[in-house]
Design a protein around this ligand. Structure first.
Ligand code: ZN
Ligand code: ZN
Length: 370
């Protein structure tokens, strides 16, 4: 069959909306009709070359849609199911899956090659294999994906909102709740209020933090953070440092979470300086894969017993946490409607990313036409 998809053909180029050939699903694969796709910064990291991927590639790793057809042996979902995609597949029985770390599943090894689990491709352009970002390629009307990437959800949930729990919401929420381990009464500093940081704010608030300090140079981001649970906001790291010193009477924050769009040395150092003895810095954002982006004084690390850690998908388990986020959306404890700043047609994807870079969006969402 044919599908309209946004393809990246070379580093530094724009997304091109092209008609691709799509193969039918093989064993343990499904044909999905994507309803919505989120514009996450990670796809922009592919475009700039910060993250090296095999090109050409259909972008998009935040997706929600409806299963149209299943291949042989599929048991996890059936035709007609509504699905939120997990950008890391989970097999359920590797070392990581079987110890509650599905976000580290071994099946995630080839997500930047964009091939399916058997090493072959379902998207083609003039006879050439085209990958799908994170084995998904949600910037496409249709895709063939692994059943291990599918999380079935209730039919009554709006897919153009549920799409956000594929990456941004659990990654941010989990960074606060699981990785940083925020507990009642804590002081937490969150650097960068985009599609991830705003959900670290929501997670920290829900976990009972006393002080949630949102740091962002843009006033619209700070306002949104305060609307969704930040108790304080700061326009710069220096301002945040002063605020934290004052709020904790010189002790420092319990945890700091780095969710800026492009992680560089200075923001990690600011986070390191803002935390107390025994506190933690959680690095959730990405930066250039070939640059060293953490440069800290090891003696301060040792003497103040500080911790610095990375987190992928907020250390959440896709099969559990994607549905959990939606349960919390139903009860009003996690806001999704408020996160969508703008919706776009697939043809307007480059405008969507320009708006992201211009700081206009908390989250932009593509709504597919069929
Ligand atoms: Zn993402
Ligand atoms: Zn696994």
């Amino acid at each position: 069959m044919k599908t309209k998809s946004a393809v990246l053909r070379g580093t530094g180029q724009d997304w091109e909306v092209l008609e691709l050939e799509l193969d039918p699903p093989k064993e343990h694969e499904v044909l999905i009709r994507y309803v919505a796709a989120g514009l996450c910064h990670s796809d922009e990291h592919l475009r700039t070359g910060d993250m090296p991927a095999r090109l050409p590639l259909v972008g998009g790793h935040e997706g929600a849609g409806v299963i149209e057809e299943v291949g042989p042996g599929v048991t996890r979902v059936k035709k007609g199911d509504h699905v939120v995609c997990s950008f890391i597949p989970s097999c359920g029985h590797c070392r990581w899956c079987s110890t509650g770390q599905q976000n580290l599943c071994d099946l995630g090894a080839t997500i930047l090659d964009g091939c399916l689990l058997d090493g072959t491709y379902r998207f083609h352009l003039d006879g050439e294999d085209v990958g799908g970002m994170c084995m998904l390629g949600t910037f496409s009307q249709y895709a063939v994906i692994s059943e291990h990437s599918c999380v079935a959800i209730d039919d009554d949930l709006p897919l153009d909102r549920a799409v956000l729990v594929g990456c941004g919401v659990p990654t941010g929420w989990g960074s606060a709740v699981y990785s940083a381990g925020v507990t009642a009464g804590d002081t937490v500093v969150i650097y960068g209020i985009g599609g991830i940081g705003i959900n670290a704010v929501q997670g920290a608030r829900f976990a009972g933090a006393r002080n949630v300090v949102a740091v962002d140079p843009l006033a619209n981001k700070r306002e949104k953070a305060e609307e969704l649970g930040a108790t304080h906001s700061a326009a710069s790291a220096e301002e945040a440092q002063d605020l934290v010193t004052q709020l904790t009477r010189g002790v420092g924050a319990d945890s700091a979470i780095v969710t800026v769009g492009v992680v560089k040395e200075d923001v990690v150092e600011s986070a390191f300086n803002a935390i107390r003895k025994g506190g933690s810095v959680t690095v959730t954002g990405l930066g250039n894969m070939t640059e060293k982006t953490i440069h800290l004084n090891g003696s301060m690390l040792t003497l103040f017993q500080k911790r610095i850690q990375g987190t992928l998908f907020g250390s959440a388990n896709p099969m559990y946490d994607i549905r959990k986020m939606l349960d919390l959306y139903r009860t009003g404890d996690v806001k999704l409607d408020e996160l969508v700043t703008q919706t776009y047609r697939l043809e307007d994807i480059n405008q969507g990313y320009q708006d992201l870079l211009d700081g206009k969006n908390i989250r932009g969402v593509i709504v597919h036409e069929h």
